[in-house]
Design a protein around this ligand. Structure first.
Ligand SMILES: Nc1nc2c(c(=O)[nH]1)N[C@H]1C(S)=C(S)[C@@H](COP(=O)(O)OP(=O)(O)OC[C@H]3O[C@@H](n4cnc5c(N)ncnc54)[C@H](O)[C@@H]3O)O[C@H]1N2
Ligand code: MOO
Length: 628
């Protein structure tokens, strides 16, 4: 018997445990799961129908479940197919031989112990569990079962198990190829993930920081956990918006009042018909109902005493008095929960009289260098053979601050720094404390276990510890430079294993920076492992560092997308690239494909990093990231 085989591949589902990602297109071990499954199906079937968003057909209504999906697929499968492979898209290890073994089991009546052919061959996975979305059906039997389910309550929302009937089923233990993928942890355990998925992986694998209450200026970079509601109206008192005259009653006015300056305290009341000079920001006295800037009045000093103030015709309808609550009343919501407290919003919170805000974050970090060859940045020449200077640790704090990590006190805003002024001493990298961990298993163990001062040395002389005492707050994230590889001097992975840490991200498909790693340590701190080559460390800090802050704070961050010239020249299949972007002189951006990773020379003059998705086409948008 050589029945024709058709295949129905279900690609739908909400991927709810994958944060709503399009499951079918998630690559496991470098290959989108859908490609793996369709490839296997096409090797055994004459026709393959995909069911789901963007597929050949869709279940009706959308998201009504796998039984409805199978029914939709069957209705468009060519009538010649007598056997039907029914398979979900989330089986990254599926191969054609596995499907062949199911087809063979169905074709072989003996498999059922009688001359009646089984209606379906159902796969059993390595744990002995039925894998209901990996089966081969006799087409007529499938149609009959679908009808039966349809009659008994409908296909929508029914578990796929409802299709099967033990009487007429044959089970085939296929083992590992039946593994399905439902969570990001399962994707991560299969090898480096696509860079585009790093954000979702971190959100799934990391618990957000607990909410805290902080002074607004200590909360810059944090995310509001409650709406920011003004305690005071703005302005809180009636004030002058301009340098000019406070006026009482209708004009003209006699200039008899004493000059009013901001900060003077409560002024006395003004008599009607009088004017008083007033400075911007000064309280408007009782009795005055209007302020006019001096450009809009005439002051006649010619002989008359006191001088007479008259409004010019242009003053009609103008009032430079700012009444209480002109900008917002008390109780006004300045920002909803979920918004990031940027320097401007922190400043507005102060304007609104708020002493504290409820936030998640800001995320505090400490930078730890590794590598016994790495000497402090200011080590004089000649260096001993084999030694190099630390050329990334001292500036990484700035990169982390740009990614959203807490800056040190005093660096808020940095408006002048952004304008090009010198930053204070040490603030190239001033956002983070730095220290060094030597290349021994013991030092790495101590770093990871958070033994105060242990494991780390040098740098600023600050010890590294999860539970710092003396009033100093511990870091949320250890940012480690180097040791992410699998070489003789790389102690990180074994130490994480020994400590029982949870590896949340184990490599990303990107150059540079592929060996990056994120783990949760037993004491709850997060470790961000940056590849040791300086350019790779900066790129990973700028990209994954941002995604890490998003995950820990719940921050929502719109991506800045742009089209750049020459994208097809630099895009690579199978992995993303992070490339320096420079102004192209015509208002756009151009990417340099030449990136040597052992230094930062190729990043010089490039204010942005462009994230070029794997296999990007010439017209695809790229995300542009400020790295410094
Ligand atoms: N067998 C393989 N080896 C390596 C691979 C690979 O795929 N297979 N990838 C290479 C790449 S690319 C990178 S990046 C690194 C990542 O590994 P590590 O994170 O373990 O980095 P290290 O070995 O510790 O350091 C790499 C390189 O960077 C220098 N370095 C480290 N810290 C600093 C610093 N603070 N300032 C300046 N330079 C620093 C270090 O001396 C090394 O030369 O692995 C490659 N190997
Ligand atoms: O992570 Mo390595 O570049 O790709 O330097």
């Amino acid at each position: 018997m050589t029945d024709a085989v058709g295949a129905i591949v279900l690609t739908g589902g909400r991927g709810s445990r994958l944060g709503g990602a399009d499951k079918a297109r998630i690559a496991v071990a470098g290959r989108p799961m859908l490609d793996t499954v369709v490839g296997a199906a096409a090797a055994v079937a004459d026709s393959v129908v995909t069911v789901g968003p963007g597929g050949d057909t869709r279940e009706d209504p959308p998201f009504s479940g796998p039984v409805a999906g199978i029914a939709a697929g069957l209705s468009v499968l060519p009538g010649s197919a007598d056997l039907v492979v029914v398979v979900a898209c989330d089986l990254p290890d599926l191969d054609a031989d596995t499907l062949r073994s199911l087809v063979a089991a169905l074709r072989l009546p003996a498999a059922f112990g009688s001359d009646r052919r089984p209606t379906a061959a159902l796969a059993v996975d390595a744990d002995g569990r039925d894998q209901y979305l990996l089966a081969v059906w006799d087409r007529r039997a499938l149609a009959t079962r679908l009808d039966a389910v349809q009659r008994s309550g409908g296909a929508g929302g029914r578990p796929v198990r409802a299709l099967y009937d033990d009487e007429v089923l044959t089970r085939v233990t296929v083992g590992a190829p039946a593994r399905d993928v439902d969570t990001w942890a399962e994707v991560v355990s299969s090898g480096p993930v696509a860079l585009a998925h790093v954000g979702a992986v971190l959100r799934a694998g990391l618990a957000p920081l607990p909410p805290t209450v902080r002074a607004p200026l200590d909360a810059v970079g944090a995310v509001l956990t409650a709406p920011l509601v003004a305690a005071d109206p703005m302005p809180r008192e009636p004030v002058s918006a301009m340098d000019g005259y406070a006026l009482a009653g209708p004009g003209p006015w006699r200039l008899t009042g004493t000059a009013l300056r901001a900060g003077d305290g409560s002024p006395g009341s003004m008599a009607t018909g009088t004017a008083a000079p007033i400075a911007t920001g000064a309280l408007v006295p009782p009795g005055s109902g209007r302020v006019l800037r001096h450009e809009l009045v005439q002051v006649a000093r010619d002989g008359s005493d006191p001088a007479v103030v008259t409004a010019l015709p242009e003053a009609a309808g103008v009032d430079d008095l700012r009444p209480v609550g002109e900008d917002w009343p008390a109780g006004h919501e300045l920002a909803p929960a979920g918004v990031t407290l940027d320097p401007a919003l922190a400043s507005a919170a102060l304007s609104a009289g708020l002493a504290s805000v409820s936030v998640r974050g800001p995320v505090r970090s400490v930078v730890v260098t590794t590598g016994d060859e790495v000497l402090p940045a200011d080590s004089p020449s000649p260096l001993p053979p084999g030694r190099i200077r630390d050329t990334v640790g001292p500036l990484l704090g700035g990169v982390l601050a740009r990614a959203g990590f807490a800056t040190r006190a005093g660096t808020i805003g940095g408006v002048l720094a952004r304008a090009g002024f010198a930053t204070g001493a040490g603030t190239i990298g001033g956002a983070a404390r730095t220290s060094h961990c030597s290349d021994t298993a013991d030092a790495m163990d101590a770093l990871i276990s958070g033994s105060p001062g242990a494991g780390a040395e040098g740098g600023t002389g600050v010890g590294v510890g999860g539970r710092a005492g003396g009033g100093e707050q511990a870091e949320d994230v250890i940012v480690l430079i180097g040791a992410t590889g699998r070489g003789v001097a790389d102690h990180l992975r074994p130490a994480l294993r020994r400590a029982g840490a949870t590896i949340v991200l184990d490599g990303a498909r990107v150059r540079p920076g592929g060996s990056q790693l994120v783990a949760v340590l037993p004491d709850g701190r997060v470790l961000l492992g940056l590849p040791g080559n300086p350019l790779a460390a900066v790129c990973a800090a700028a990209t994954t560092g941002r995604a890490l802050v998003d995950a820990l704070t719940g921050r929502e961050r719109p991506a800045v997308l742009a089209r750049v010239t020459g994208l097809d020249r630099v895009a690579a299949p199978g992995r993303a690239r992070v490339l320096p972007a420079r102004p192209d002189g015509t208002g756009g951006w151009t990417l340099s494909g030449r990136v040597r990773t052992a230094h930062l020379a190729d990043l010089a003059g490039a204010p942005l990093l462009a994230v070029v998705p794997e296999g990007a086409g010439a017209d695809d948008p790229v995300e542009l990231i400020e790295w410094m």
